[in-house]
Write a protein that binds this ligand. Structure first.
Ligand SMILES: [Zn+2]
Length: 140
């Protein structure tokens, strides 16, 4: 049986409406496309952020993108691992996603470098590990 984002949500405080996991655990982010104006965005919300339409369609966003920019964060809420890297990733779908950048050191990052979707434990809270979507550099 495929793990779903709802399954993760039971174990971790991950928004179950933004991420889907395939049977092998491969994540995909769920985007929204407005059926009226064509705006695409992430995460999906019930109302178009551009025209306020409720005619919203969900689709799987690309799992690869390019790193637009990033920052190293040294101060975070209690339980979060620091330092961590947060950044904006541009997806070919036309959506810019704010996410943790993992599996690398800040010195290795370059603007527009190829990154791909993954999941990562970014900290812990009273319920256990906090897992969320993240991006990592494409190697090779
Ligand atoms: Zn719209």
């Amino acid at each position: 049986m495929a793990r779903t984002a709802e399954d993760i949500h039971e174990k971790y405080p991950l928004d179950g409406k933004a991420l889907r996991l395939a049977a092998d655990g491969t994540p995909s982010m769920i985007g929204l496309e407005c059926g009226d104006c064509g705006t695409k965005a992430f995460p999906p919300v019930p109302v178009c952020p551009d025209c306020m339409s409720e005619n919203i369609l969900e689709f799987n966003l690309s799992d690869k993108g390019s790193l637009y920019t990033w920052s190293v964060v040294h101060v975070a809420p209690s339980g979060w691992k620091v330092p961590y890297i947060s950044g904006y990733v541009d997806l070919p779908d036309g959506v810019r996603v704010f996410a943790h950048i993992v599996g690398t050191e800040p010195e290795q990052l370059e603007m527009d470098m190829d990154v791909e979707l993954t999941t990562a434990v970014i900290g812990h809270n009273n319920d256990g590990p906090v897992e969320t979507y993240a991006f990592k550099p494409v190697l090779g």
